[in-house]
Design a protein around this ligand. Sequence first.
Ligand SMILES: [Zn+2]
Length: 440
Amino acid sequence: MNRRTRREGSSGLRLALACAMALAIGAPIAGDAGRALAESAPEAPAPEVPAQPVEPVEYDVVFDVGIVPSEKSAHVRIDLSPAGGKVVRWIRFSFDPLRYRAIEASGKLEEVEGGMLWTPPERGGFLRYVFDIDHLRGDRTYDSRCAKKWAILRGEDLVPRTRISTADGATSKSVLRLRLPEGWSAAVPYESVGRGRYALDNERTNFDRPGGWFAFGKLGVLRERISGTQIAVAGPAGQGVRRMDLLAMLKWTLPSVKEVFGELPDRLQLVVAGDPMWRGGLSGPNSLYLHAGLPLIASDGSSAPLHEIMHTIMHARSGDGGQWIVEGIAEYYSIALLRRSGTITARRYQRAIDGVRKRAQPESASLSTPMNGALRARAVLLMMEVDDLVRDATAGAKSLDDVVRSLRSADDVVTPEHFRRTVARVAGRDLDAFFDRLRR
Ligand SMILES: [Zn+2]
């Protein structure tokens, strides 16, 4: 996980910003059936490889979630339809015993290393458990929290990572159903399909489970369509969440973000809260979390909201040694997008970059050390250098934007080697001198 610490002159807060795309997207989630089978299918012989393309089979799954503030918990029930019972052989849930309890299911439930293995009945069935919402990230600050009047948590914690073995071509049609206390409302980054129900759709997986940043309770929520994206800025009422400021910033910067990626997700939800929530920013699928005390633009010229938006839209996870790449891109664009959108002047942009140069770690230092301000600053400079090199190699036809777009669509973990190959493909030639220098 990427972590940053910064000191805010204006607020006096020492704010940490972590970029947790790795957690948010997770390792290959709900999996491809073949891989899961190869791994550990109990009593399930690997099927013959079919000669014909397999007809897709959809089966219904309902994730029923009740929030119980008096217990600071969520009661979760996963219902698998009869059609699902026929095609799902087993699902393995990575239950952490510290956060999930009272796990019960119809069919067979066995404890396995790192979780529970559920073999549902052939007619379909249920698995239910209690999820303890509160989770500390710092000494006294939370990245998941249930208070009296609100709760903020990530969907991928509510239902932990799974692996699944199904018949070929089987894919879930998942729905999230929320049961909230009287007077509470919900903000989730999904399309509402009526009466507290939301369609969970993730093209990357064949077992769609909840994901992204959720807010429940007495909320203030602003919704608006900007650059074709349905934006929601949500936060507990009465916590000084500056929803209008954030919305205004998105209004004038999202068009520039769209120019980088060529397209934006259908929806983007910003969940914002004050203490005792964690004093930083965290990205997730189609959503992000920000502490209410973070400025929109810091005194060093970078922007926490834009930094997290870059992570969210790239959905890039860093692989071995690739953290500086993912962080460098997010941080570079958090400054560059302010310039491109006309939010800051060329002079102020130059000042921000001068500051980055002053803070950057020396060239002799390793890029694989844990993320800190100096490494992040150096990574920004390296991204600027890649931008120049790609522009030179293509006579201005391509830039770092094309590299970022390519990294996004690759849906792969970002490693130095992967980055090097992507840059070479975009530039039309190897940039060996640059990458060899980094290895030293
Ligand atoms: Zn980051």
